[in-house]
Write a protein that binds this ligand. Structure first.
Ligand SMILES: [Zn+2]
Length: 119
């Protein structure tokens, strides 16, 4: 693939990475011991009544699922960036063919080509 295009996609990936990290930082803290692992902060509202506590649990559950999906996305973005460094970017992990520029423009962290993704 054209180096210029890869550079462009790299910028996109880095921008994605920053925004995912910012989003995670707004409600979670990065685990200093485990790389790429984030912990959602438990909402710490004191002297709430019972309803508030139920809300807190609900809120925490919601955040956990958001955290989980952001974490996965961040992992994919980081892996894509590593692949660029290694010169393996844009190759389908499943069939070994090129993923194709169009798909990468739409989804720069894609690991598989459209065909394999549909399966
Ligand atoms: Zn494939």
């Amino acid at each position: 693939m054209d180096k210029k295009i890869i550079d462009e996609l790299k910028k996109k990936l880095e921008a994605n990475k920053n925004s995912i990290q910012k989003e995670l930082e707004s409600f979670a803290t990065e685990d200093p011991k485990i790389k790429h692992n984030w912990d959602t902060k438990y909402p710490n509202r004191e002297d709430g009544d019972k309803d508030d506590q139920a809300d807190e649990v609900q809120e925490y559950d919601n955040k956990l699922s958001v955290e989980y999906s952001l974490e996965l996305k961040l992992k994919d973005v980081n892996e894509a960036l590593e692949k660029i460094t290694e010169g393996k970017y844009g190759i389908c992990e499943n069939c070994g063919k090129e993923i194709g520029e169009e798909r990468l423009q739409a989804c720069p962290e894609a690991k598989t080509c459209l065909k394999c993704n549909e399966k």
